[in-house]
Design a binder for this molecule. Structure first.
Ligand code: ADP
Length: 397
């Protein structure tokens, strides 16, 4: 039996010119050399940035692809996705980057920058970036967010009236109802409370999304707030027979050779950060059926770390990456019986990021979860300096 022999190097695919391939791609593709010089710039990159490829190639990428932040300030060089990708030797994705076009117009883009590897699998020093114009998506998101914000704000007014009438109906001084009617009214009151929480969370999340979250940062001692939050949850934990512990790492006072409680200062809005801690501790209690919850506070010279550990059902590995997204609720028997909006962790993330912090979770199904929050720490001297500056700015001349 004869088999049809193929000519050497014929893979079956038609030979294609890579320049044609690049110009057919609708996303901007840019390759930058180790010395920051643009080596390749496809047609779409030119359309997006306003730089013709023949002019962009050979220029420093920082002149062609300057990035700004939401306030219009130039992104510091070490925060530019190209620099971050080169420094970490890993792909860096930024879906909310803002590029300044050649004519000086700010343009929202989604960009991913990846290091190009050499034959031995080591970073070659070259970087390739793929980016696209997301102005339309950003505008649509802003309109959606405006709508949610107006609608939830407007709906709170009649809801407040319903809540008021329900409490009057349940108050023996103002209304007489039989036991059956009381049970029904109590159910209506619970649902109204839930609806109120949903509107409040919707309003906060839409504000957080487009940077309208009001924040009055001040020097705050995190230990004090965390302790208050834990104490406020004690009754709730007791109701569920859960053990609630608050632990703070101590440090040795060399002069008195006794353990003293360290002071963890941070520059955050105390009400916003209280909201975050309360949400995490409430969740830990809400999703734990037996055992307990441990709230811990620790840190080093630069970072404050809050840990909330529970002995609940835990979270599956597949769910963890989505947990801090809007409306995400794990679908299991516990969440089906425990009420919630799926907005709490999204709001927590937005608030923590507002103060340049980080929030994440480590969890194992059946064992429990630990939520971590890192916040930048101020030294006592820095805290005092800021407080002095703020009080002198407020004092009358
Ligand atoms: P929700 O209002 O549903 O509690 P969150 O945004 O606060 O919304 O939490 C999102 C989801 O994360 C919850 O629905 C729940 O499935 C899961 N989750 C949050 N905290 C815990 C926890 N401590 N243990 C297990 N699952 C949790």
């Amino acid at each position: 039996m004869w088999s049809l022999k193929k000519p050497k190097n014929d893979s079956g695919a038609a030979q294609v010119n890579s320049d044609f391939v690049l110009s057919a791609i609708q996303d901007g593709v840019v390759m930058v050399r180790r010395d920051n010089i643009i080596k390749m710039f496809n047609q779409a990159a030119g359309m997006i940035t306003g730089w013709p490829a023949e002019e962009a190639i050979g220029l420093d990428y920082r002149n062609v692809l300057p990035m700004i932040d939401e306030k219009g300030q130039a992104v510091p060089e070490n925060n530019h996705p190209f620099v971050r990708a080169a420094a970490s030797s890993q792909s860096v994705r930024d879906s909310h980057a803002i590029l300044t076009t050649r004519s000086g117009k700010p343009l929202p883009v989604s960009i991913i920058v990846s290091p190009v590897m050499d034959n031995s699998g080591q970073p070659s020093g070259n970087l390739v970036a793929v980016f696209r114009d997301v102005a339309k998506e950003v505008e649509e998101e802003r309109q959606r967010s405006d709508f949610i914000s107006t609608a939830s704000h407007e709906m709170r007014t009649p809801l407040t009236a319903i809540e008021g009438y329900l409490s009057l109906a349940l108050n023996p001084k103002t209304a007489q109802v039989d036991d059956n009617a009381r049970k029904l009214l109590e159910k209506a009151q619970m649902s109204t409370t839930h609806l109120g929480e949903l509107f409040r969370d919707l309003l906060t999340s839409s504000k957080a999304e487009d940077g309208r979250l009001i924040s009055y940062p001040a020097v705050v001692e995190i230990g004090e707030i965390l302790e208050q939050v834990t104490e406020a949850s004690r009754f709730h934990a007791k109701e569920k027979n859960l053990d609630l512990q608050y632990k703070i790492s101590s440090q040795q006072d060399s002069s008195a050779s006794k353990a003293v409680r360290p002071l963890y200062y941070s520059y955050v809005d105390p009400n916003r950060i209280r909201e975050v801690f309360q949400n995490i501790v409430d969740n830990a209690i809400k999703y734990t059926m037996e055992g307990g919850v441990e709230v811990r506070l620790t840190g080093d010279d630069h970072v404050i770390q809050i840990q909330v550990k529970d002995s609940g059902g835990g979270i599956a590995e597949d769910d963890i990456p989505h947990l801090f997204q809007k409306f995400y609720r794990v679908d299991n028997s516990t969440t089906r019986t425990v009420g919630g909006t799926g907005l709490g962790l999204f709001i927590c993330r937005k608030i923590v990021e507002l103060y340049n912090g980080r929030i994440w979770v480590e969890s194992q199904l059946g064992t429990g979860s630990t939520f971590f929050i890192n916040l930048p720490r101020l030294s006592s001297t820095q805290a005092l300096d800021i407080q002095k500056r703020q009080s002198s700015a407020l004092s009358p001349i």
